[in-house]
Design a protein around this ligand. Structure first.
Ligand code: IYR
Length: 235
């Protein structure tokens, strides 16, 4: 029954397609999903082979199912496959990264990155077949140009980005979450308005044959370090 105090703007429908699983199956599904995500590693060496556009489109639609503040879906994805655009992205990113690694980054930050072996050189920006620039829409813009507020934008875009990375991994593609700093050059390169802030440049493709990854990235904190239990086991 609808609460009579709800706004007339709130139209309800029966929860569609919910599935409850028997407990043993629930445990099995949760563990199998953890195992599948454990196989995900951030990759920095990509094969130049092209990936099917339908896969990327389905993964973007999966990302777009993310919960968001007031369901405003304040994200936009620019998919870059054109070699000339990729070259320009690499050029602009390397200018920023070079100054980051050679002068701007404090020693403490460089020390934290050392186990990952990153540097200012970003050949993967040209080698990988797909770059996805993820933009956060700081505010909405009506067709007449009038602005309206968006809520919980970083949280919403962060959740959608997580779903995108998960969907791509599930499809058999590797990703690198690249964060050139600053990355406002992406607005110009992708023709996006100033109402949008680029937050992640996701590099997507197949891992290069013989690809190696830093051991450091595969070490995940144990449950006891990332969670606590308040209350009985079966709450
Ligand atoms: N943006 C730089 C530096 C960098 C920063 C962090 I925190 C990382 O986890 C990895 C890299 C770069 O992309 O190289």
């Amino acid at each position: 029954m609808k609460n009579p105090e709800l706004s007339p703007d709130c139209v309800l429908e029966p929860l569609p397609d919910y599935r409850e699983y028997p407990q043993a199956e629930m445990v099995e599904r949760a563990r199998a999903f953890h195992a599948e995500l454990l196989r995900r590693r951030t990759v920095r060496d990509f094969d130049t082979r092209l990936v099917p556009r339908e896969v990327i489109e389905a993964c973007l639609l999966a990302a777009g199912t993310a919960p968001s503040g007031a369901n405003q879906q304040p994200w936009f994805f620019s998919v870059i496959t054109d070699p000339e655009h990729k070259r320009r992205v690499r050029e602009a990113a390397e200018v920023e990264e070079r100054s980051f690694y050679e002068s701007r980054a404090p020693q403490e930050w460089l020390d934290a990155l050392a186990p990952l072996g990153t540097d200012w050189n970003k050949p993967f920006l040209e080698e990988a077949p797909v770059l996805i620039a993820i933009f956060a829409q700081k505010y909405g813009v009506h067709p007449d140009g009038q602005r309206f507020s968006h809520y919980y934008v970083p949280e919403s875009v962060g959740i959608a980005s997580g779903l995108l990375i998960t969907a791509l991994h599930h499809s058999g593609l590797a990703t690198l979450t690249h964060t050139p700093n600053p990355m406002s050059f992406l607005n110009k390169l992708c023709g996006r308005p100033t109402s949008e802030k680029p937050v992640i440049l996701l590099v997507v493709g197949y891992p290069k044959q013989g690809c190696q990854v830093p051991v450091h990235g595969g070490i995940k904190k144990p449950l006891s370090a990332i969670a606590q239990w308040i209350g009985p086991e079966h709450g």
